[in-house]
Write a protein that binds this ligand. Sequence first.
Ligand code: CU
Length: 156
Amino acid sequence: MINEHFESDFNEIMVKKRPPRNVRSHKANNMIHPILFNSLAFLLILFIIVWFWLIKDQSTKVKANEMTVFVKDGVYSPHRIETSQSKLVLKFIRQDASPCSEYVLFDQLGIHEQLPLNKPYRITLNDLKPGHYRFTCQMGMYQGELIVNERNHEQH
Ligand SMILES: [Cu+2]
């Protein structure tokens, strides 16, 4: 008696719970509300912009006359170096064994140097004029920038 009653209830629930096919797919399409989806997409874009322009492009200021630059995983770190002095020694430490990172080029300064693997290699830059100097690997995958600021007259 109890079992019979339960069974009929159960069947009724099963029938009710199973919606027709077209209704179900309609529901699935509306699971993420379009406005919510657009807001999330907007926030993601905003985050990427902030990351690339404000965080990633911060420059590292040279305090002494020498700066160590690691060559690893497709990036020079630091990749943006700022100085206000005319002489600078860049100590490159190449930790990437791929041939991509083998050379470092400062096109505007006519510098083209081969970097040994896992050994510091110093490049001395003399008579730097104020300006922006790009440095790259020979294929341009590694990208860096040296910024030489106007010299402070009090330092002469
Ligand atoms: Cu390269």
